[in-house]
Structures are given as C-alpha cells and as structure tokens.
Design a binder for this molecule. Structure first.
Ligand code: NAD
Length: 361
C-alpha cells in the first residue's frame, strides 16, 4: 500500500486549520501567557456542575482575568443553557470564553462563540476531541442539530495530561475509544487524504498504547500523555474530514435514545468496523498496524475487552423495541459510507450490537 501514490492518482483536498496547541504535563501553567497573547482580560469560565471545583482550581492562575463563572454545561448543549450562558457573557462584558472540561463544556463554549463571536480557549479534560473541530451541536426538544462554523473553533487549546488523571478508568476507556472511532472513520472518509491518514494511524497507535495503562493506573502520566496526544490527533481528523456510518449511528442512538456518548461509541465501533472492513482493506491494514495485530476488527474488539467497556447497547439502557426506529433514523439522511447499506443491514448490525454478539473475525 502506498498512500502517496494512491492519493497522487486520485487527488485530494486538505484544509489546515489554525489552532494554537500547547501540549504537555504542566501546560496549564502557560494559560496566563496564552490569554495575554489573545489580549483576553475578562473571560467567562465554563464547566459542568461536576467539574465546578476542579475548573475553578485550574483557572486560579488567571483569576485576575476572570469576569464570571458558569458551571452549568451539560451533554449535547441544551438550547436554554446556551441562551443563559450567552446572556451571562454579555451581562459581564466577557471578551472570551475559557472552557475547562470535556466535549460538553467545550460544546457550550462553541455555542457562545457561534452567536457572540467571542474567542474560545479550550482546556480539554477528556479524549472527545471537540476542541479541534468547527462542529457545533445544540439540542432542543430532544432533537440535536449540528453544523460547522469556523467561528466556533477554539483559538488556543491547552492539553495538560495532568488534568485528565481525575477522569475515571471507565470514562477514560470509553472516551479513548470515542477518539479511536474518529481515527478509524477518518481512514475511510469520503474526503480522506494522506495527511489525515497519517494523523489517524498515529492516533490509534498512541491511544491503543496508552489506554490499557491508563485504565490500570489512572495516575500514570506517561500513559495519560500518550492518550491525550492520540486524542488531539483524533480530534484533528474529526475536524478535517467527514465521518461515516459509525458516527451517524452513534449520533442517532445518543440523540434519540439518550444513550451515553462515549460508551455508545465504544460499543458500536467493532460492529461498524466489521461491516465496513470488506470495502476498505487499506484502512484495515493501517488500523491493524497501529494496533500491532494482524486483523483490525478482532484487534478493536480485543482492545475493548482489555478496557472492560460495556459490550452491548442493552447494557447502556437501549430497549429492544427501539431497534427498528434506530435503524430507520440511521438510514434517513445517511452520512457517506464506503460500503452501501440498507435498513435491513443496519437493523442486523444494531441487533448484534444490542446483544453484544461476539464478532467472528
Ligand atoms: P462530557 O464532557 O459530557 O464529560 C462527561 C462527564 O465527565 C462530565 O460529568 C464531566 O464533567 C466529567 N469529566 C470530564 N473530564 C473529567 C476529568 N478529567 N475528571 C473528572 N471528571 C471529568 O463527555 P465527553 O465524552 O467529553 O463529551 C461528550 C459531548 O461532546 C457530547 O455532547 C458530544 O456530542 C460532544 N462532542 C462534540 C464533538 C464536536 O466536534 N463538536 C466531538 C466530540 C464530542
């Protein structure tokens, strides 16, 4: 396989986005300098209620630049929360948003930026990767609307592995597989390109290398660094190319049946990889090589086993009677996917993921 010659033959488009990334154990110490670089004097700090104390602590080094604190971020950015956060930002005359947390918190920062144009500084504490994308989402009446807008892309991202130590082993495992899923789908994206393929393969290698150690020893900073590095690359992939069937299924299941985001990715990934494998042999070679195994699908399954993540949609609270609806929604307005599918194929895939069927690889 020669990515370069394949790409040279078919041509490609690559868009590089300007995000300033500061990475490393203790990188949070750079927050003051980074805010000065952006001339931020009155930021609104945002967090979830669960991370209220830790976010305040993380921002304590820049307390003179904080104009307000909003610790009400929630999964999938409910519209009413976004309205209140924007109103508060205006009320205090904020000149930027400092989002300290996972995808939910960074998602709220994006929602603020979308309407107000305020710059966002992101300090990610999970592996979801939202900080590297122009994708935003807002949820109203249980319907999540997503879009892309350059305004929501954070100006600066500070990745400090020390801030991820408090992420539980279970959440770390699921969030890491969420990142692996971005990289896997980046390898067979309809608008994929050789740069993204390099990032995606390296991302899987870093995440698979660090992940088991993180789950065994959550305070292992070397392993945390490997995972956060892999997550950064995965987020870059997510932001650069289109996602396919896996992401469509996870968005549908998460949005419609309220299944937990990262865990849904963790359960579904091996099933979609198995489904798509015959259509994308080169991507499977790259995934297997990154995992250090011979077969990509059984390698992904083994990684999930080692990480002890939930294995079935049933365990996540999905009901058997919702499988039909799930298949219907996933087929409506599908994302581009390398292997064509119909409702029956997706129903079968979902049924297997629901029951946690062992994949015969
Ligand atoms: P999350 O942000 O909802 O975090 C889950 C929980 O873990 C929260 O209670 C949070 O406070 C807590 N938490 C986060 N980091 C922690 C830490 N280091 N220590 C202790 N607790 C911590 O979960 P997530 O999976 O990061 O994000 C999911 C959301 O992000 C979804 O809404 C998803 O759609 C969105 N997302 C968006 C994009 C994008 O590009 N727009 C990409 C990925 C995910």
């Amino acid at each position: 396989m020669s990515v370069l010659s394949d790409a040279a033959a078919s041509g490609f488009t690559y868009v590089g986005r300007a995000v300033r990334v500061v990475f490393g154990i203790g990188a949070l110490d750079a927050l003051e300098d980074e805010m000065e670089r952006l001339a931020l004097r009155r930021v609104l700090v945002i967090a979830t209620p669960e991370q209220r104390e830790s976010a305040l602590d993380a921002a304590s080094g820049v307390r003179d630049r904080i104009a307000g604190f909003f610790a009400e971020a929630r999964m999938h950015v409910p519209v009413d929360v976004a309205h209140r956060a924007r109103a508060y930002a205006r009320e205090i005359g904020a000149d930027g948003a400092l989002a300290i947390g996972g995808g939910s918190t960074i998602g709220l920062g994006k929602a603020i930026a979308l309407e107000t144009g305020l710059p966002v500084v992101a300090v990610p504490t999970t592996y979801a990767g939202s900080e590297m994308t122009t994708i935003y989402g807002l949820t109203e009446h249980a319907i999540k609307t997503t879009g892309r807008d350059e305004r929501v892309l954070p100006k600066t991202v500070i990745y400090d592995p020390a801030l991820t130590v408090s992420l539980s082993a279970a959440q770390s495992a699921a969030s890491g597989l969420n990142a692996v899923a971005h990289a896997v789908e980046g390898l067979y994206a309809v608008d994929g390109n050789p740069i993204v393929a390099l990032l995606a393969e390296e991302s899987i290698r870093a995440l698979a290398g660090g992940r088991p150690a993180v789950v065994r020893t959550p305070a292992d900073l070397a392993a945390r660094s490997a995972c956060l590095y892999g997550a950064w690359l995965a987020g870059t992939v997510l932001g650069a190319v289109s996602m396919a069937l896996h992401h469509k299924l996870c968005h549908t299941l998460g949005g419609t049946f309220d299944l937990p985001h990262a865990q849904t990715h963790a359960v579904v990934l091996p099933y979609v990889a198995e489904f798509n494998a015959p259509a994308v042999p080169d991507a499977m070679v790259r995934i297997a090589r990154a995992l250090g195994v011979l077969d990509a699908v059984s390698g992904l399954r083994a990684l999930a086993d080692e990480l002890n993540v939930p294995h079935s949609l049933r365990e996540l609270g999905m009901r058997a009677e919702d499988l039909d609806r799930g298949a219907e929604l996933a087929v409506a307005e599908p994302y581009p996917n390398p292997r064509p599918f119909d409702r029956a194929a997706i129903r079968t895939l979902l049924e297997r993921a629901y029951g946690g069927s062992v994949i015969a690889a």
